[in-house]
Design a protein around this ligand. Sequence first.
Ligand code: SF4
Length: 467
Amino acid sequence: MSSHPILFDPQSPAGENRESVTGPKGATRGKATIGFVSLGCPKNLVDSERILTQLRVEGYDIVPTYDNADMVIVNTCGFIDSAVQESLDAIGEAIQENGKVLVTGCLGARDDEIREVHPNVLAITGPHAYEEVMSQVYTHLPKPEQIPFENLVPDTGVKLTPKHFAYLKISEGCNHRCTFCIIPSFRGDLVSRPIGNVLDEAKRLVNAGVKELLVISQDTSAYGVDVKHRTGFWDGRPVKTRMQELCEALGEMGVWVRLHYVYPYPSVDDIIPLMAEGKILPYLDIPFQHASKKILKLMKRPGSSERVLERIHKWRAICPDLVIRSTFIVGFPGETEEDFAELLDFLREAQLDRVGCFTYSPVEGAKANELPDPVPEAVKQERYERFMAVQQEISAAKLRARIGQEMLVLIDEVNPEGAVGRSYADAPEIDGLVYLSDETDVKPGDKVWVEIIHTDEYDLWGVRVPE
Ligand code: SF4
């Protein structure tokens, strides 16, 4: 079989291709397997990373060969003619080698063009359409067969030479019903893992060498709500099934603890002091999605924006190092220029550190599809660009302010040109990187002190300083 040069290989640190291993489709026993081809610019790569992360969270295995994949996703680029051709060729190769192909990305916005050449693709979605991609995956591939909650632990069990970061899933499902989202329709309502099991898994990972735990769920701040914050046991002592107690216990494990998908409920106020004390990383991933009250109501978002700005200021007063990352949707049905202006005002005031933005695209089966007043594609795109322009200035200024600071950096990768890592301010796969030119005397998983000497809108460059 052919080995396309960019079929994503999860085993390779840089995600590049490696020698093909042939075998029957779905060769990873009991798992649904997906091959992934990523084309185009860094923004597209970030989209790929988001989709890959979600696939991994859902329990799909990412495989580096067409033969072993139950399905292939091609994330395309449509920027210039040669990129279009490259994308069409990659789709053609995936169809020939595998047969079951989903197409996403920029060229996906021109589905007629794709169908003309490749009428047999299973489905086509546009750029930043994570949820739609996931919904197509669920449509065409059976859900992974596995024990609930076990899917984030490597198949091999805990390895002796583990990756230095690991995702820790604390619950499944969600009690909310955001109108653009179909996750609760197939994952069901919130089911929290027993706290003892979560902490056992965390400890196992730490003992095996993991240096950073990334807490994930659909709604991390709601952890334990379904079991009325029942008291469980861990390490011979009672521990409540609640975000606060979870963070306190994880904070004792001596590794970085990073919280994702936190909604701004009042309970979040209680974990900010843990961040200020250095128990867990001063980093919050809060998907705000919008700032206009009207749009948030149409989205049926949890944790309304009321007084959110006030609370962000309060959190920063307690923990000045706090980094907030978020995602937003522009062009949601009913979004007027006034709503959008409100969103930009929020951005300017909130001064968030890391922000992702997506243009709204309907997901099959989502309630939002029934809403009136869709925003024309051209307006969505124009708002996306204005949004990104405002945020890029904020991000660049925030990163510039780090020049001269010394930061602890966790090394992710070492290559002949130097090392690449991240500080507390950056989560793997979604945020920025710290580049250390010519620094080859370190290995993945090392933590080193670095003085920041240069930055751009996303990444930082630094030099190592003595401990
Ligand atoms: S909080 Fe909303 S967007 Fe997130 S999983 Fe639940 S319903 Fe979906």
